[in-house]
Design a protein around this ligand. Structure first.
Ligand code: DOR
Length: 429
């Protein structure tokens, strides 16, 4: 690495505001933020926004167990190309991240990658919902987010026990995949007009709303923070809004596909549009946007869920749920939320960077861009347009629902602790 690196000529945007400034980095740390600086090497940021690196609360990296779909290395590369400097790796690996040895291996591989990979730990052993994972041991390894994602913690008693236990672990948050399995049994898409027309069994909104209602009550009872993963329904968002007004320790995230796509896409029977929770109605999509704009939803999280091509080439009802997200999240947010005026640019960055960093307790991430802070940065051109080409994604998988979609806003450089891991859109390793 050079002695000093200068990110020159950009507009710095962070939680403290925005200003035109160069950013000087030495030994992985920001040392000055002001106009007219000099460095040994320079990265051009003219016309670009320079912001704290993006933070994804919800990434499936598939390693161990499904390296044919993604590895920690390829997923971290996709993250870096998407502008993310930290991701929380979901624990539905095989074996699951319910074991200190598995979590330690994920963290070790993450340390060698181009992104800061934090492991989420399971709430219950094997995500089976029957007995608690060794949460204390996982916490000792640095785990702060506990979830059985992909599966809902069905039993209210188990969720209560997990919250009571997590309450003794500093900084721990219990993240719920709110979908009642019994109500979703046999369902493959949102239950509504489109599922009736297409003859595809549905997963009803009430499956999400009922679990959110219950877990808001459990957050109140225990005082332990509950984070709601990928919220997708008007009803759940209304409950979370009320819970926050009552001062309950709840947070929530929404995925880009839930503010950009509706269940009408399933009319193509294309399994690329299959995801859990499913693409919802236009009214739900509108509610997600309102929730993002009014602060009810704390974070945009990708739910990046790579699947090998042969699995997604099956019929809709047989294909696994999930879609890629890391490389399109920023572009979708700028195109679908910032350009139409749903949220400001700085609010979009709050949703993609500093608010998720706060939810997961990632104190090194989320900025501000200030002397003394680790140089985890994204530099993006907010006006550049590009077209999503699945063949050009850094992810090992190809299951994006956005092929051919033109997006505004493109990542130019990503710096992890001062190392330029992406330069001019190209991953450096
Ligand atoms: O669509 C989904 N895919 N939702 C989940 O909760 C799990 C994920 C996966 O792991 O593929």
């Amino acid at each position: 690495m050079p002695e000093s690196l200068l990110v020159r000529g950009g507009r710095v945007v962070d939680a403290t505001g925005e200003r035109a400034a160069d950013v000087l980095i030495e030994a992985g740390v920001v040392v000055a933020v002001e106009p007219g600086l000099h460095g040994d090497e320079t990265l051009d940021a003219a016309g670009c926004v320079v912001a704290p690196g993006l933070v994804d609360l919800h990434t499936h990296l598939r390693e161990p167990g499904h390296e044919e779909a993604e590895t920690i290395e390829t997923g971290a590369r996709a993250a870096a190309r998407g502008g993310f400097t930290a991701v929380v790796a979901m624990p539905n690996t095989e074996p699951a991240q319910d074991d200190p040895a598995v979590v330690a291996a994920v963290l070790a591989a993450g340390a060698r990658s181009t992104c800061d990979v934090r492991a989420a730990g399971c709430i219950t052993r094997g995500r089976r919902g029957t007995d608690l994972a060794p949460m204390g041991e996982l916490h000792a390894l640095g785990v702060r987010v506990f979830t059985d994602d992909g599966a809902c913690v069905e039993s209210a008693a188990m969720m209560r026990r997990a919250l009571e236990y997590a309450g003794s672990l500093p900084g721990a948050v219990v993240a719920q995949h709110a979908e009642d399995a019994a109500l979703c049994e046999g369902g493959h898409m949102h239950e509504g007009e489109w599922s009736s027309r297409l003859g595809i069994p549905g997963r009803p909104a009430v499956a999400e709303v009922s679990v959110v209602a219950r877990d808001c009550l459990l957050a109140e009872l225990t005082g332990t923070p509950v984070h709601f993963l990928h919220v997708s329904t008007e009803g759940a968002i209304a409950l979370i809004r009320d819970a926050k007004q009552r001062g309950l320790p709840v947070t929530a995230e929404a995925a880009p596909h839930h503010f950009t796509l509706t269940d009408a896409e399933c009319a193509s029977f294309d399994p690329m549009f299959k995801v859990h929770p499913p693409l919802r109605s236009a009214a739900d999509v509108a509610a997600v946007k309102i929730g993002l704009a009014d602060g009810t939803i704390d974070a945009i999280a990708t739910d990046h869920a790579p699947h090998a091509p042969e699995t997604k080439e099956r019929p809709f009802e047989e294909a696994p749920p999930g879609m890629l997200g890391l490389e399109t999240a920023l572009g979708l947010t700028l195109t679908e939320l910032v350009e139409p005026g749903v949220v400001s640019l700085s609010d979009a960055l709050a949703l993609l960077s500093w608010r998720p960093a706060a939810v997961a307790g990632l104190v090194d991430h989320g900025g501000p861009v200030a002397p003394g802070r680790p140089a985890h940065l994204v530099v993006f051109d907010p006006a550049a347009t590009w077209t999503v080409d699945p063949a050009r994604l850094a992810s090992k998988a190809r299951n994006t629902p956005y092929p051919g979609r033109t997006l505004t806003g493109r990542v130019r450089h990503t710096l992890r602790a001062g190392e330029p891991v992406v330069i001019d859109g190209e991953a450096q390793r």
